[in-house]
Unconditional design. Structure first.
Length: 146
């Protein structure tokens, strides 16, 4: 079971976990990306995510196929939210299940990293001071924006 979706409403992590649960799996790995209150030293008010949906879902499906092959994981679900998100809201959820923890955890990390590198999803940060900035999606975490 592999599924990758761009969604416009809130992500329900419990529903995604339920989607991959089965008695043959002894490990479920969950990653939730949430909107944080600062980036590059600036106070963030909210974020707007935009995607080229058809291409984003296709690329995410390719990533899930690669992950399934590389980590022998057959149960992977990804949802990435678009539209306006407030602080603390979930922007992305990746859930992988496997008989053992290492493949589930490694698969989840691989999927998150590849989505950040390859999927056409952009974020516009809105700051407390009234400014806003498009964030480069492939920029490493913690790097300073140009």
């Amino acid at each position: 079971m592999k599924r990758a979706s761009i969604v416009s409403g809130p992500i329900d992590p419990a529903a995604l976990i339920a989607e991959v649960q089965a008695t043959q799996f002894g490990a479920t790995s969950v990653f939730l990306g949430t909107v944080r209150d600062t980036n590059d030293g600036r106070s963030v008010r909210s974020i707007d995510y935009t995607a080229y949906t058809a291409m984003a879902e296709s690329e995410m499906a390719d990533i899930l196929g690669e992950a399934a092959t590389q980590f022998n994981v057959t149960a992977i679900v990804v949802e990435h939210r678009v539209g306006p998100l407030a602080l603390g809201e979930v922007s992305i959820a990746v859930v992988s299940a496997h008989a053992h923890r290492a493949p589930a955890i490694e698969c989840t990390g691989f999927v998150v990293d590849e989505i950040k590198k390859r999927v056409p999803i952009w974020k516009l940060e809105h700051y407390i001071d009234g400014g806003r900035h498009w964030v480069e999606p492939t920029q490493p975490e913690g790097a300073i924006s140009p």
